[in-house]
Design a protein around this ligand. Structure first.
Ligand SMILES: NC(=O)c1ccc[n+]([C@@H]2O[C@H](COP(=O)([O-])OP(=O)(O)OC[C@H]3O[C@@H](n4cnc5c(N)ncnc54)[C@H](OP(=O)(O)O)[C@@H]3O)[C@@H](O)[C@H]2O)c1
Length: 331
């Protein structure tokens, strides 16, 4: 479905954007892929990395806070992936208004510009931190998720469709625990600090994240939240996989951090369908029509929660070691 189509990625120079571009170039023949982001240096590096695809790749300097620029960039675009975000929890806590301007006002601008330029489909990236949020990053992404769902109400039946893809920590992404531990190990450290011994997280590779976004582009009818079925791991097991036999002092949970991450809260179980490899939460609006249910899914049990703490699928220390070897090459 991406053949001969023009795709724009906001935040296309980030980790997700790089992997998405690589995946699409390998598997499809798009007409154009437009990278939309602010920093010219990151764009320059990406342009060099993909110079043999210069006939397909276009680089637009632009900010999602700037609706006029977005409208200019979106002329003739079929599909949009909205990946631009401020996403470091401490930075968002300390600079709340900046997080609101990028993650919330930016989402409004993307929605308005896509509606006004006749984009066919939009997939916005979300995070497990947007579920019952306890930090500003998660709160801004929760608002963004709601904005993208609600946008379907004013796009009309043949208009733009908007969906969300939600996933957990991408293994090894900037600011996450793996590079933090790796830095300690590289500097000769012999112990890895654990904020709380009970802590668990979901594990997703960039490749799995990209595939779910492509699936959402193919299948979304408007208003869905797509969620990958992925394994959980204990942070203590990650530490043992990275530095076997290490000491693990418990240092206390940090501000804005949860023991477990949740991707489907119990309150959404009445609208969550389980598919082979993913879940979909359908919207709770009176404009939403059950005809839009994607076939092949089954309603989950009332009260179902998809949490990294109660997940059915777990990674052992050996599984983590193997995944560290494969998934970290992606960055
Ligand atoms: N990485 C994870 O673990 C993870 C997990 C769950 C969900 N997500 C979500 O996935 C998305 C992509 O994450 P990522 O890991 O690829 O992030 P990333 O590597 O930090 O990339 C973010 C991108 O957004 C751009 N950007 C930031 N502010 C912008 C603005 N105001 N206007 C235009 N572009 C802007 C950045 O480029 P410039 O600075 O040059 O503008 C960069 O290209 C985010 O929405 C994030 O919330 C990520």
């Amino acid at each position: 479905m991406l053949n001969n189509k023009t795709i724009l990625i906001t935040g296309g120079t980030g980790s997700f954007g790089h992997h998405f571009v690589e995946y699409v170039l390998k598997n499809y023949k798009p007409k154009k892929i437009i990278i939309y982001s602010r920093d010219e240096f990151k764009q320059f590096n990406m342009q060099n990395k993909y110079k043999e695809h210069s006939d397909i790749l276009r680089f637009f300097i632009g900010d999602v806070r700037d609706k006029d620029r977005l409208e200019r960039a979106l002329k003739g675009v079929d599909y949009v992936i909205h990946a631009a975000a401020l996403k470091q929890v401490p930075a968002c806590e300390y600079n709340p208004i900046e997080a609101i301007k990028t993650n919330i006002n930016g989402a409004c601008n993307v929605i308005d510009a896509c509606l006004d330029t006749g984009v066919k489909k939009v997939v916005a990236l979300s995070t497990d931190k947007s579920v019952s949020p306890i930090n500003l990053y998660g709160s801004t992404k929760m608002v963004s998720d709601k904005l993208f769902a609600a946008a379907n109400a004013y796009s009309g039946s043949d208009g733009t469709s908007f969906a969300v893809v939600r996933y957990g920590n991408v293994a090894g992404s900037r600011g996450s625990v793996i590079p933090f531990f790796q830095n300690i190990i590289d500097n000769g450290g012999k112990e890895l600090p654990i904020t709380d011994y009970r802590m668990t997280r979901f594990w997703i590779s960039l490749e799995e994240g990209v595939k779910l976004v492509v699936k959402a582009l193919e299948e979304a009818r408007g208003g869905e939240v797509f969620i990958s079925k992925i394994p959980s791991f204990k942070i203590t097991d990650l530490a043992q996989a990275m530095l076997p036999g290490c000491e693990m002092p418990e240092v206390g949970i940090r501000e804005g951090e949860k023991l477990h991450e949740v991707m489907v809260p119990a309150e959404d179980s009445m609208r969550t369908y389980e598919y082979d490899k993913h879940y979909i939460i359908y919207p709770n609006y009176n404009w939403w029509n059950p005809d839009k249910l994607i076939p092949g899914g089954e309603l989950v049990e009332p009260g179902f929660i998809y949490s990294s703490g109660t997940n059915k699928e777990w990674m052992s220390i050996e599984d983590i070691k193997a995944k560290l070897l494969t998934d970290l090459d992606e960055h």
